[in-house]
Write a protein that binds this ligand. Structure first.
Ligand code: GDP
Length: 196
């Protein structure tokens, strides 16, 4: 359990982010995947992530200070489907720059809707992470919206697809911000990263 969470700053580019002198963990996913809700669940704060969700702030890199010791980063949702590889917009460049160059970044949690079959947009994004050597874990959201079985089946499908191309699979978490499912697992996982 994290005791204290404070919104710190929103930055338009990675080189304007706070000094990279703290352990850092980022969250990303398609918009509406449940990212704000998950961040609020993990930090035990109802509206923490909404602070950064105000209009005009959505395209920024949002830093939160947790327990005075590490940074939780809320990244704007991605949308590769609308952007060709050649014609990436400023948003994609900002996120990619951050993910590749932010030296204090330890891991990115990629959020995926547990109700859906593996989606091209998510697979493309994690392939990009892999190609660029960015460590990540997968968080399947909104598990309460269907049977736990169904969520697990969709996670298993995702694993099967990944196994074709990946020698090693990342950590997988099934979560619900409504019921708190997965909170303990993610919290312990983050704790173990912090202790190592
Ligand atoms: P974001 O755009 O990724 O930050 O998504 P939000 O956290 O704002 O969530 C989008 C919508 O999905 C909101 O209406 C949330 O209430 C809902 N939502 C998010 N997580 C869950 C969940 O675990 N269970 C259920 N039932 N609804 C959720």
């Amino acid at each position: 359990m994290f005791e204290q969470a404070t919104y710190l700053i929103s930055s338009p580019s990675y080189d304007q982010c706070p000094k990279p002198d703290k352990f850092e963990i980022a969250f990303i996913g398609r918009s509406n995947v449940g990212k704000s809700s998950l961040i609020n669940m993990l930090t035990g704060r109802k509206n923490l992530a909404k602070t950064s969700g105000k209009p005009g702030k959505t395209q920024l890199i949002n830093h939160f200070l947790i327990d005075d010791s590490w940074y939780l980063v809320d990244l704007p949702g991605y949308g590769y489907a609308k952007t060709s590889k050649k014609n990436r917009d400023a948003w994609a460049l900002m996120i990619e720059d951050y993910l590749v160059h932010r030296e204090s970044l330890q891991i990115v949690f990629v959020l995926i809707d547990s109700r859906l079959d593996p989606q091209k947009i998510d697979l493309e994004f994690i392939t990009w992470l892999g190609e660029n050597g960015v460590p990540f874990a997968l968080v399947f959201t909104k598990a309460d919206k269907q049977s736990v079985n169904k969520g697990q089946q969709n996670m298993a499908k995702f694993k099967r697809v990944m196994k074709k191309d990946w020698a090693e699979l990342p950590p997988f978490f099934l979560t619900s911000s409504e019921t708190g499912l997965g909170k303990e697992q993610i919290t312990s996982y983050i704790q173990s990263l912090l202790e190592n």
